[in-house]
Design a protein around this ligand. Sequence first.
Ligand code: HEM
Length: 194
Amino acid sequence: MEFFQNPQDNPERATLDTTKVVFATHNSRENLMPESKKKFHYSIAKFLHWIAAFIIAFNLLSGWRIGDFPLDQKRILIMIHSGIGTTIFLLMVFRWWWRKTRKLYTPPGWYKRPTMLLQWILYPLLLIQPVIGVVQAAYINYEVRAFGFINYSALAVANERLHSIFLDLHGQAAILLIVLILLHGVERSRKAFI
Ligand code: HEM
């Protein structure tokens, strides 16, 4: 590796190499990372992506129907829905951390690519949607217990006006999520098959 040469041999090159060395340190750690380790990091990211995709699709498709059920069934359905919603929140936080700490999916100039920006819009939106869900559950007039024990409805006194404001927000964010996820899906499948 030329920049490990002894600078005394070629003082002129030494100065050049020092800048190169600085640059290399950042990237070289990346470049020096064994390919197998990089592959492992990406396979975990992909595995978490599909777990998230599955449970997000479940909540997006099932949430609309919850309101139509009688109270005793609604309590069970919302226990599942809010539990899955809470899991989505924790999973997205973990995915964001895994991606950031392992510098995954950051090709040069990634922020200029609409497809990458779309992915980065989905992360905060998938953190905001569960939070709106929790706020909505806090003002609802029946018990919402995620996983059967996290009592979100105990967070505040029932308030129909605030509940319906956050239910509308929750519904609108869900529609935006459906549109962006479909766009992401079309873009990825186009990339995969064309
Ligand atoms: C990414 C996660 C989530 C998604 C995609 C999602 C999606 C949805 C959708 C599409 C609806 C129907 C909205 C409507 O009828 O206008 C809904 C309703 C609801 N969601 Fe979520 N939700 C998520 C997380 C949560 C969380 C974490 C909670 C609570 C802690 C929650 C609580 C509720 C409640 C209480 C309803 C209303 C049920 C009713 O009509 O009585 N959601 N959700």
